[in-house]
Design a protein around this ligand. Structure first.
Ligand SMILES: C[S@@+](CC[C@H](N)C(=O)[O-])C[C@H]1O[C@@H](n2cnc3c(N)ncnc32)[C@H](O)[C@@H]1O
Length: 349
């Protein structure tokens, strides 16, 4: 006999939605209705705070009630959308979304603004491990590469713990940059790292590149440089969480100011700053050991994506009296119909 919440039938739909968003609704039993009331089965007794929030919606009683088991089969996200959106609306919605820890981050076009809560609740219903749904409200901008977001369903928070390649990262999806789509790149580079390398992990964010390197390679150490104080503070925490204090040195500030003062030569430099990485090439050539490997990320046109970056790298090398050998290049991901993110690997001599 499950624990249930009983309320007046007229509040049925609103309380059902609230229970889903609080992860309290037990889908293994069918709700029951009589002429006046409806009973919803609960996974557990709501906390004091949850009860207070539910009381703001309507009056209710919590009690045991015999209910029939449901033959509930969780619907897919697309099935739920098809029930509530027109065909045209469903087409406008990109149904894939990023998951960072227990937060889903999704783009919802302006035309579907009035359906955003429904879309958020559909994600919570289908994916029990997701606790919060955030809508992306604009592009990444500014030096910190942040994008505006709004929480559209679930718990009102932006901090989460993300797991990747055996590492844990605390991420604030509103105040720091983090993309789970770069996980392949992090491991691709980790596989190239030789024992005892000294690595410049520039534009480090909350630390995913150097922390994955510390976990999976025999590098000597990495110097992780980050400008955004909020990202830097999580970088420091993440280094501790992953027990990498002895192999990653975090520094807060601008690569352009910090690198010349470091008195350090790198065997490898990672530059995950696709907007503007070309402005930091002088710092690369000034701090690269002979044979230093560089991983240079940049946004580019889909047409001839590598040419302009290769020219910029060669020109900066000549200016700094260095020589480069290009070793690899690939498209990391598509950004829009006309734009891609690329990576170029080169060696400095
Ligand atoms: C695209 S994000 C990459 C973050 C991280 N490496 C990742 O993959 O999640 C670029 C990062 O570089 C930082 N940044 C921007 N300009 C910088 C500078 N001049 N010096 C150091 N960090 C900078 C931003 O704050 C941001 O966290």
């Amino acid at each position: 006999m499950p624990l249930c919440i009983r309320t007046n039938k007229k509040f049925g739909e609103i309380i059902r939605k609230a229970l889903i968003s609080k992860k309290l609704l037990d889908f293994s039993f069918l709700p029951y209705k009589d002429n006046e009331y409806i009973w919803f089965p609960l996974i557990k007794e709501p906390s004091k705070k949850q009860k207070e929030q539910l009381e703001k919606i309507c009056a209710f009683v919590i009690e045991d009630k015999v209910l029939s088991p449901s033959e509930y089969r969780p619907k897919s996200f697309k099935e739920i959308l098809r029930e509530k959106l027109t065909e045209k609306e469903a087409e406008q919605l990109v149904t894939s979304f990023d998951v960072i820890g227990d937060i889903a981050v999704i783009e919802i076009p302006k035309e579907l603004e009035n359906k955003k809560q429904f879309v958020g609740e559909a994600i919570l219903e289908v994916h029990p491990h997701i606790k919060t749904v955030a809508r992306i409200c604009g592009e990444h901008t500014g030096d910190f590469r942040l994008r505006p977001i709004e929480i559209i369903a679930g718990e009102k928070r932006t901090l989460t713990l993300h797991k990747e390649s055996g590492c844990l990262f605390k991420v604030d999806v509103a105040n720091t940059y983090f993309s789970p789509r770069l996980s392949f790149e992090r491991m691709r580079i980790a596989r190239l790292i030789k024992p005892n390398e000294i690595i410049g992990a520039w534009f480090a964010g909350v630390g995913p590149f150097p922390i994955v390197f510390a976990k999976h390679t025999k590098m000597k150490y990495a110097i992780a440089i980050e400008l955004n104080p909020k990202a830097y503070s999580l970088l420091v925490e993440n280094i501790k969480i992953n027990k990498s204090e002895n192999r990653i040195r975090p520094l807060l500030g601008d690569v352009r100011k910090i690198v010349p003062k470091l008195n350090e030569k790198f065997d490898r430099i990672v530059m995950p700053m696709p907007k503007g990485a070309e402005d930091f090439l002088d710092e690369v050539f000034a701090s690269a050991n002979n044979g230093c490997k560089v991983h240079f990320y940049r946004f580019a046109d889909t047409k001839n994506p590598f040419l302009d970056s290769e020219k910029k790298i060669s020109t900066a090398a000549a200016k700094n009296k260095r020589f480069v050998v290009f070793s690899d290049k690939r498209i990391v991901r598509s950004v829009s119909a006309s734009k891609v993110q690329i990576v170029i690997d080169f060696e400095v001599r």
